[in-house]
Design a protein around this ligand. Structure first.
Ligand SMILES: [Zn+2]
Ligand SMILES: [Zn+2]
Length: 311
């Protein structure tokens, strides 16, 4: 790298330092404080509560990083990383994060700006990534609790350990999907990795539910609609990674990949986010397949009876 390019890079990185409340907007990263602005705070304002143990509030913060207001970032500084440290993306200015507790705001521009050669671009973006990874912590005010502690690595984990509630949640997803079975039972090619959706009614012992509906529910999808009687507004939704897919543009012959439609970090498809040996959908499937000794005996009995009556 040329000397001039090196100097430019170092100037740029220095400009990211010291989140001072009085700083003026900068070209690459602007840090400002809203302190002193007499805007009354509503109690229920998203992100205003310090609760690093709350999965619900973590998902709420994460959901604010909508594609329209937040551009792609490398994993170490993506929306999950910011939301885990209490940041929200209020959407007033693109790529700007805000802490609802200490009121700091920060513009996160992780891409090299302007016309630079490839080498400089790569070095700049690498350096920016490292810098912002630190700033996820250090941009909070000194006394902000998010600076001391963020969410645990396991905050994303789907609550699947209790069979009863996991089953109930699956059933409520099935319920929501059944009201759109007209669209979903079309000849849509559902991709589910190595799993064949047709085997699901037997595996999950739900013979009356159409395989595509079961497959969607197993992979964490439910159907939501602002107006239940209006299919034009219905979407397939993952309430964990906040991916949505409009049902109105699905037609017979379309392909729908139940894995790829999630974001890569979604615990429904990522074992790492689920903090376990397998991803959420597989954990749920294994759990549903498991039966108690009593249930196994009942099934054996019914098979025997079935055979006898068939003789
Ligand atoms: Zn803060
Ligand atoms: Zn998801």
């Amino acid at each position: 790298m040329s000397l001039a390019a090196k100097r430019k890079l170092s100037e740029l990185l220095n400009s990211l330092d010291s989140p001072s409340p009085a700083s003026t907007p900068r070209k690459v990263a602007a840090i400002s404080s809203k302190e002193g602005t007499p805007t009354p705070k509503k109690a229920a304002k998203p992100g205003s509560l310090y609760a690093p143990y709350s999965r619900e509030l973590f998902l709420e913060r994460l959901g604010m990083f909508r594609p329209a207001v937040w551009s792609y970032k490398p994993t170490s500084i993506d929306e999950v990383a910011w939301a885990k440290r209490g940041w929200i993306c209020p959407g007033t200015q693109k790529d700007t994060v805000e802490c609802g507790v200490c009121s700091q705001t920060l513009l996160v521009l992780s891409q090299a700006q302007g016309d630079v050669d490839e080498e400089v671009r790569e070095a700049t973006e690498k350096a920016l990534e490292e810098k912002y990874a630190e700033m996820i912590v250090t941009s909070h005010k000194e006394n902000c609790p998010w600076r001391k502690r963020g969410c645990d690595e396991t905050i994303f984990r789907l609550p699947l350990s209790d069979p009863q509630s996991a089953r109930e949640a699956l059933e409520s997803r099935v319920e929501s999907l059944l009201s759109h079975s007209d669209t979903l039972s079309l000849n849509i090619d559902m991709k589910t990795g190595t799993l064949s959706p047709d085997t699901l009614p037997t595996l999950l012992r739900k013979p009356t539910i159409p395989p595509p509906i079961l497959a969607l529910a197993l992979f964490g999808w439910s159907a939501t609609s602002t107006n239940p009687s209006d299919t034009a507004t219905a979407t397939l939704t993952c309430t964990t990674c906040h991916r949505r897919r409009g049902l109105w543009n699905l037609k017979a012959g379309d392909e729908l990949d139940l894995v790829e439609e999630h974001r890569g970090y979604c615990p429904w498809i990522s074992a790492a986010s689920q903090a376990g040996p397998v991803a959420g959908w597989e954990q749920l499937l294994r759990m549903m397949e498991k039966t108690t000794p009593k249930e196994r005996e009942a099934r054996r009995q019914s098979r025997r009876t079935g055979r006898r009556s068939g003789d």
